[in-house]
Design a protein around this ligand. Sequence first.
Ligand code: NDP
Length: 326
Amino acid sequence: DLSSIPVLVAGKLHEHAIARIRDTFRLVTIEQIDPSLLTAEMRETVRGVAAAPVVGGSFVGPQFLQALPKVEIVANFGVGYDGVDAAYAGKNGIMVTNTPDVLTEEVADSAVGLLISAIREFPRAEAWLRAGNWVTKGHYRVTPLTLRERRIGIFGLGRIGLAVARRLEPFGLPIAYHNRRPVEGVSYTYHSSLKALAEAVDTLICVAPGGAATEKAINAEILAALGPTGVLVNIGRGSTVDEAALAAALTNGTIAAAGLDVFADEPNVPQALLDAPNTVLLPHVGSASVHTRRAMADLCVDNLVTWFSEGRARTPVAETVNVKAR
Ligand code: NDP
């Protein structure tokens, strides 16, 4: 009987996920992912957690997990789980799940939209129209940048990166990528370092996960390697980019433009990126359609349901694939 199992929703979560948890388990909630908000009863009883830790903000780390000695599973809302210390969870027998696949196509669509917007200046062209400039001043400027004849580099050719590559293939653009390991069965050119990839392309699309391994990987050196017609699209995590170096590169012509959906300290966007005319900036909306967010909510909760009813998670993260139900 799942209805007696206390499952904690920590912080803001999709309404459909909360409703399903309420209908299936014994729902308990706290406003933020903060161990000081846990009641004594929660500390003694909670066996599952569902959360959507936000980048730069809340974090499901050792302190939070230690406050919940009976916790068996943390169901992360989102495929990126840099907001959960999965290595710590894995070592301590706690399952961590994420929401892969159900958002892949949506995020890839968003990446292509952001790429074209940044290159062809669609947001600025629309602002021109809405300001009445088309009537008073005439046509918006002919864009210096084009997608034609570009060479695409994908940093993080995983589920989403592959979906981006498959979309760009029929655009007639050559595609290269960097991962720690080459992907079998793809024809795209592999580069064993991000530097080598950046030297070989002029358009870098980042879909790599956040976390320590990719922290500020896209730095001044990588941006210089992209060159003066360079375009950066980041739909992965803001932590992967050295934002100060990016702002400088956009301002002094080291690269030409950037399209960013993610930032290091969301929801705060560095003023220099806001001021730069050659940026297209989105408030982390890569997966944010009603359709896809509902599918993410369902997968997030399905993991809790299969864990407590069948003793296995649907989509465990790599660090915890071997963690078994107690
Ligand atoms: P995958 O795990 O399928 O792909 C990640 C890819 O990155 C893999 O190919 C992996 O290859 C590569 N990678 C991981 N670490 C490194 C590293 N240190 N150096 C080089 N390459 C690395 O994940 P998804 O495609 O499903 O998602 C990718 C990321 O996209 C998520 O982690 C999330 O941060 C972000 N995302 C953003 C969204 C948004 O709204 N903007 C929405 C959804 C996801 P290898 O292991 O061989 O290195």
